[in-house]
Design a protein around this ligand. Sequence first.
Ligand code: PEP
Length: 261
Amino acid sequence: MHMARKPLIAGNWKMNNTIGEAVVLAQEISNNFEKDWLETVDVAVCPPYTDLKPVYSVFEFDKLKVGVGAQNVFWEPSGAYTGEISVPMLTGIGCAWCIVGHSERRQHFGETNEDVNKKVHALLADRTRPIDPIICVGESLSVREEGTYVAFVDAQVRAAFAGVDAGVAKDCVVAYEPIWAIGTGRTATPEQAQEVCAAIRVTLADLFGQETADSIRVLYGGSMNEGNADTLLAQPDIDGGLIGGASLKAASFIQIVKAAL
Ligand code: PEP
């Protein structure tokens, strides 16, 4: 079944790059990209909101089908929510992806499992110009050391997908990102990452049936780089990567994309 899932390599730029820097990075990615890679691997970059349109325009001009994604979204379509950005606004830009529930949002901005679920529903509501959620889950170091990480991640996945139909659940991507591996250089071993990604698929099968679970991509994220991408991506239940630090350099990001070919 693994072969049936096209890998996805997604860069999470976090709060980095002004418009000028973002355009330079997108152009470097484009200049070093071979279009036929996209037959084998889906590729996306998720810049800050202010860079979404300029980055989209670079790829559009070059006729390169690298997707553009947001790092967050609010669940209401419009209204008195100062500072927030809605799904229709992202649709208008041409976003194909949206990260939801990143651990940094859960940690620093108090996002709850319920918030994540509302965002997932908001993204899945309109499938005409779809923005597919990349739902982030993952345990802290203390949960890892307690040994309860599979149950913890299972609960996060169930909460994120609460009330979602199998028919649209297949459009979602789940990213397993152990917090202790994010930005720390302490990558999960391929075995550690595979264990939890496989457990996520068991949860998805329980929720939606095996066929749907087998079609949902489960990514690994956490200090993935050009040196370790190969062995992580070789695991049967790891269908790609969500890349933070290493996505900020075109050469590293391209090397990771190539590791998924
Ligand atoms: C992330 O934050 O999604 C991430 C995986 O970061 P890094 O690759 O820098 O650990």
